[in-house]
Design a protein around this ligand. Structure first.
Ligand code: IMP
Ligand code: MG
Length: 182
């Protein structure tokens, strides 16, 4: 089986959208500071590019939570593999996610973080697959709504590969061509 990646969102389309999101977030948080929580590993590239376009003070935090194994189905169970190291009490918190699929991960994470009494808690995702939603979760900023396809690149992986692509693509699998009979 050969894997093939077709471009879904080019780097320039992503950059344009990130500029727009950065403007909107900067306006919405005027005179405030933002505690950004980057959800590892998939959101690293998005967080890094987006935060450069935000003009209010930004603080970086990282969490690693998952409900995914190496396959393409969510188990719906939140596993906190890496937690915050600082308190978010009374702070304006913005979760930065790569993609919302079933919504299970974020709805569980949101409940966990709300218990820590932030002044506000919003969610920003690069990609959303609305057709796959199982758990209802309020999303404040969305880069792109995409069809129900498994995507890679710009931080997103398939079995830990393809994260470094500067675009988002759809993976598909092709049968290897058979050697012609001699
Ligand atoms: P959810 O809990 O089903 O919303 O899963 C969200 C997480 O699943 C994301 O943060 C990704 O890590 C992963 N995920 C969901 N869809 C894709 C995809 O198309 N490509 C790569 N990872 C995905
Ligand atoms: Mg993720």
């Amino acid at each position: 089986m050969k894997e093939k990646v077709d471009v879904l969102l080019s780097n320039s389309a992503i950059s344009t959208r990130i500029n727009e999101l950065g403007d909107k977030i900067s306006k919405d948080y005027k005179n405030k500071e933002i505690q950004i929580i980057c959800i590892l590993k998939g959101s690293v590239m998005f967080m890094s590019d987006l935060s450069k376009k935000i003009t209010v003070p930004v603080y970086y935090h990282f969490m690693k939570v998952s409900s995914y194994g190496s396959g393409t189905d969510s188990s719906g169970v939140l596993k906190v593999e890496l937690d915050l190291t600082e308190s978010i009490e009374g702070k304006h918190v913005l979760i930065i996610e790569d993609i919302i699929d079933s919504g299970n991960t974020l709805s569980l994470l949101r409940k966990l973080l709300l218990k820590r009494n932030p002044a506000s808690l919003k969610i920003c995702t690069l990609l959303d697959k609305p057709d796959r939603r199982v758990s209802n979760v309020p999303v404040d900023y969305t880069g792109f709504s995409i069809p129900d396809k498994f995507v890679v690149g710009y931080g997103l992986d398939f079995d830990q590969r393809y994260r470094n692509l500067d675009y988002v693509g759809v993976v598909s699998f092709e049968e290897d061509e058979e050697e012609p009979f001699q």
